[in-house]
Design a binder for this molecule. Structure first.
Ligand code: NAI
Length: 342
């Protein structure tokens, strides 16, 4: 099995190298996959990609031409792959769940840091400044948390915040009525929540779901947490809301223009992205670099599932974690019958 691995970081090599054997050869490329780099896949039957590789129609045509059989995403979100266009050309696999706890715990870590000013206290104490002025936070117990998207991560997040004594309301396009989650309309969630946390996928429908109109419906002082995908939020409107003091704070692990900035050291560069620079300058905005998944346990689980997906396909020509735009939509879904999409 020859795999071309894109957007490689040192922690990827550490977690995947345990699986390299005589049967599995991985070539690690630092570059991201896009139309300019797609020629690197020549001679490989599988590619392994991450959240900011771009698999659009043009790239898929090239992959098909070069006889690539499989795209193995080493993440759960797949908004960067044109699944419809890949259908019947190249099989696409993902890692549906590797650690919903890693992501939900990161969301909580960001929230607690922001509302209790831990990031400021840390810097003060490093400077032997033990003053408490301007560090007054607020208590989360009793506040209303609005959760958008109640899948694996949303549910893990709800369990944590319920344990903290928060009231939870949720919105999901496909509510899980077997759970004891208190579902409300999106509008009611926006109106009633003190804090809103996003845990739904990025789709055409959810693109910029937190926009100017949505923010206008929110309570003054609302805190927005996004550990899902950047483009769920219209960042310009978010910034305006913060400047107008309507939004009390934001915890952002993802950003809609993150692809050329996040995951890399830009400390020697002048930041061209004015919106991001302005957000970073805000005292009530906390940004991490798409880090929520980054725990030892999650990395190990990602590597294990990705390699299992590939082995399953190349040995048995099917994979339970295959994705296709058609899956489950029709009664006659081939996946249901034959455990593969085409
Ligand atoms: P999931 O598939 O288990 O849950 C997603 C939920 O969103 C489902 O309940 C679904 O019904 C709901 N949903 C779909 N369309 C919706 C809409 N229009 N409005 C409201 N809800 C909608 O996915 P999971 O594992 O919980 O992951 C959620 C997202 O978290 C992923 O799509 C991914 O973008 C993001 N993620 C971020 C990571 C990070 O490191 N920051 C790591 C892993 C995932």
């Amino acid at each position: 099995m020859n795999i071309a691995f894109f957007d490689t970081k040192t922690y990827d090599i550490d977690s995947f190298k345990k699986f390299i054997s005589d049967d599995i050869n991985i070539k690690f490329y630092e570059t991201k996959l896009n139309i300019d780099t797609v020629n690197l896949v020549k001679g490989f039957e599988a590619i392994c990609i991450f959240v900011n590789d771009e698999v659009n129609k043009e790239v898929i045509d090239k992959l098909y031409e070069y006889n690539v059989k499989v795209i193995a995403l080493r993440c759960s979100g797949y908004n960067n792959v044109d699944l419809k266009y890949a259908f019947k050309k190249i099989h696409v696999f993902h890692v549906p769940s590797y650690s919903p706890y890693a992501i939900s715990e990161h969301a909580i870590a960001m929230l607690l840091t922001l509302v209790r000013h831990i990031h400021k206290a840390y810097l003060r104490i490093k400077d032997f400044n033990f003053s408490l002025n301007n560090l007054t936070g607020f208590t989360l117990h009793g506040k209303t948390m609005g959760v958008i998207g109640t899948g694996k991560i949303g549910k893990a997040f709800i369990n944590i915040v319920k344990g903290m004594g928060m009231k939870v309301i949720a919105y999901d396009k496909y509510p899980d009525y077997n759970s004891n989650i208190n579902y409300v309309s999106l509008e009611k969630l926006l109106e009633e929540s003190n804090i809103i946390s996003l845990h739904c996928p990025l789709t055409k429908e959810t693109y910029h779901m937190i926009n100017k109109d949505a923010l206008e419906k929110c309570q003054k002082g609302v805190i927005i947490i996004n550990t899902s995908r950047g483009a769920l939020i219209d960042t310009e409107s978010l910034l305006e809301g913060i400047k107008e003091r309507k939004i009390g704070g934001a915890c952002l692990d993802v950003y809609e223009e993150e692809s050329d900035i996040f995951f890399t050291d830009n400390s020697e560069h002048i930041m061209d992205d004015e919106i991001l620079a302005r957000l970073i300058s805000m005292p009530n905005v906390l940004i991490t670099s798409h880090q929520a998944f980054l725990t030892t346990e999650a990395l190990e689980s990602i590597a294990q599932t990705t390699i299992n997906n590939l082995i399953s396909f190349f040995k048995f020509q099917k994979c339970e974690n295959e994705l296709c735009y058609d899956c489950g939509k029709r009664e006659e879904c081939q996946r249901k019958r034959e455990n593969k999409c085409f």
